[in-house]
Structure formats: structure tokens, C-alpha cells
Design a protein around this ligand. Structure first.
Ligand SMILES: Nc1nc2c(ncn2[C@@H]2O[C@H](COP(=O)(O)OP(=O)(O)O)[C@@H](O)[C@H]2O)c(=O)[nH]1
Ligand SMILES: [Mg+2]
Ligand SMILES: [Zn+2]
Length: 296
């Protein structure tokens, strides 16, 4: 039975790449029943077993267990899985239009850790802001071992570096609508199937907006999932340890606080607060950390 990777879903139709282009498939009856009750049964990136169906179509007979998931809370608190079996999340922000949102980056990093994926950060539209200013935003991330790539889909800077970072791996572009995810895909692989697949030719000026997640096979090997805007990411109570992992500089100092269960918000003799006052911890990182714990 051939195995393939789900490249997109459209209602009850699942498009599967079995190595020779996309085949539209339906789910086998038993699976179809379950799909009606769980929106995330088959998602982009899933590895599935396909049997021949009528005409040029296939039937999805089985879905392999996932090794990772990118998800956000959906209807009635059930997680909505956006994509599966990814190696890394490429968190995309823009320097301007829309403005860089550091706190959203931190949330994406927690989400990546929860879904058992690596992460790197891309700041696109660097043609719209001075590089020194952008560097000052991302320095705390780099100081905490997060890889950051500055790009411009317009003037081409950083595209080689990003291409190398995603070659041979399965990655997802995550970030709000308008930061330039589809433009990056297009600029990195001009004229390739990846570029033309989900991103249709320009109609007048802007490209059409990406309406659903879509997986592209990369010419350099590996796959890239382009997503429509992911604007908010709720966190869960169980995320405490993951949040700590995204703020190692805070975690390292916590042992020196007076109280073992210090929340680093109001307690006396808090080593973290003292470090913020000394300037050893970036104040915006500290604020992001507190907000994340408070607004779960
Ligand atoms: N100045 C500038 N504009 C860009 C850049 N990348 C994308 N854009 C523009 O930003 C808008 C949104 O881009 P798009 O790729 O659709 O964003 P997406 O929603 O994240 O996929 C479009 O009008 C693009 O032309 C860039 O690097 N610099
Ligand atoms: Mg897009
Ligand atoms: Zn403390």
C-alpha cells in the first residue's frame, strides 16, 4: 500500500502526495465517521496509507501516529491541530506593517515546545526598518539561544540563510496574516512548484491570501507548510514548564529567590526582579514572561 503525506484538506477531500504529485482522496468509511466528530483527524503533514479508489482518486485507509503537532485551542477547548509531523516552527514576524510583536514570538516558542518541535524566528520586511533597531528587538532571543534570521522578501536579504535552515526538514511558517509568509516562500523558490502551488499569480498587485494550510515539497528536499494567519495562541495550565524553558535566564535565577514557589511578580527578595532592576534581564522579556503566566 503506498504511503503519502497530506498536502492539504478541503472539506472531506484529502490531498495526498505519494511521490508523484497530489492525489485527491476520500477517507475510508470508518475514518470518515470519526472526521465528522474530530476536526483534526487528518491534517496537513499526516502520513497516510492510500488505496486506489475510482478514477484517479485514492482512499485513505490508515493514518500513522504523529511525532509532533502544531495546534491551537479550537471549538469547545478541543485542540485544533494545524499541521503534523513537523521538525520546526519558523515563527515569522515583520519589522513593520504589521509591527513586530515580541510577546507573540514568545508564545509561538512555547507552542513549538509543547508540540515537540524546534523553532527559529524570522523577522521579515527588514527593508522597512533600520537593522540596528531590529537587532535590538531580537537580541534577548539570540542571547537565549534562539536562532533569528532577518529577511526581506522584497530585496532578498536573508533568503539564502532561511533556505538553508529549512532544507531537508519539515517546517511550518507561522505568524499573523500579512507578515509575508507566502511572499517568503515565493521569493525563496521563484518559479518552482512550491511557489506556484498555494500562491497564485498576482492579480493586479497583492497575491491572494492563503485560506488554508498547505504543504509544499521543497526543491532542496524537505517540506514547508504555509499557513493562513495565526493571530493568537492560548496557553494551557500544563505549560508552566514549557514557559520556563523559553525563558532560561529567568529559570536560572529562580533558585536564588527567597521563596521556593516565587512567581517573580510581587514577592520580596526575588532574584529575578533584582536582576531586572540591575539590567541583567531584559525588561520586555520579564513582562512577557509574567503576562504569559497570568493570561493562560
Ligand atoms: N516591504 C516589504 N513588503 C513585503 C515583504 N514581504 C511581503 N511583503 C508584502 O506584505 C504583504 C503581505 O504579504 P503575504 O506574503 O501575503 O503575507 P502572509 O499573509 O504572511 O502570507 C504583501 O503586500 C507583500 O507584498 C518584504 O519583505 N518587504
Ligand atoms: Mg499567506
Ligand atoms: Zn522570584
Amino acid at each position: 500500500m503506498p504511503r503519502g503525506m497530506v498536502t492539504r484538506t478541503e472539506g472531506l477531500t484529502v490531498w495526498v502526495d505519494c511521490g508523484g504529485g497530489e492525489i485527491p482522496c476520500v477517507l475510508r468509511g470508518r475514518l470518515k465517521k470519526r472526521q465528522l466528530h474530530a476536526t483534526s483527524l487528518v491534517v496537513v503533514g499526516d502520513l497516510v496509507e492510500v488505496e486506489a479508489g475510482p478514477g484517479q482518486t485514492g482512499v485513505v485507509a490508515a493514518i500513522a501516529p504523529r511525532r509532533s503537532e502544531l495546534s491551537r485551542p479550537g471549538f469547545r477547548g478541543l485542540p485544533h491541530v494545524i499541521a503534523a509531523n513537523l521538525d520546526q516552527v519558523v515563527v515569522v514576524q515583520s519589522a513593520r506593517q504589521p509591527a513586530y510583536r515580541g510577546r507573540l514570538v514568545d508564545r509561538f516558542l512555547v507552542t513549538a515546545a509543547r508540540g515537540k518541535m524546534g523553532a527559529l524566528v524570522v523577522v521579515n520586511k527588514c527593508d522597512l526598518e533600520a537593522e540596528a533597531v531590529i537587532r535590538s528587538w531580537v537580541r534577548p532571543l539570540e542571547d537565549n539561544r534562539v536562532r533569528v534570521i532577518l529577511t526581506s522578501a522584497l530585496d532578498g536579504r536573508g533568503l539564502d540563510e532561511l533556505r538553508q535552515a529549512i532544507a531537508g526538514r519539515v517546517s511550518v511558517l507561522a505568524g499573523q496574516s500579512g507578515v509575508g509568509k507566502s511572499s517568503l516562500l515565493n521569493a525563496m523558490y521563484p518559479g518552482s512548484a512550491a511557489a506556484t502551488g498555494g500562491v497564485s499569480a498576482a492579480s493586479g498587485k497583492g497575491r491572494h491570501t492563503t485560506s488554508s494550510s498547505r504543504l509544499h515539497a521543497l526543491p532542496d528536499g524537505g517540506y514547508l507548510v504555509d499557513t493562513p494567519g495565526i493571530r493568537t495562541l492560548a496557553l494551557e495550565d500544563e505549560d508552566d514548564g514549557l514557559i520556563a524553558g523559553v525563558f532560561p535566564e529567568i529559570q536560572e535565577l529562580a533558585a536564588d529567590c527567597k521563596f521556593r514557589d516565587c512567581t517573580h511578580s510581587h514577592e520580596p527578595r526575588c532574584a529575578v526582579k533584582q536582576a531586572v532592576e540591575r539590567g541583567d534581564i531584559d525588561p520586555s522579556r520579564y513582562e512577557s514572561y509574567l503576562r504569559m503566566l497570568k493570561n493562560r
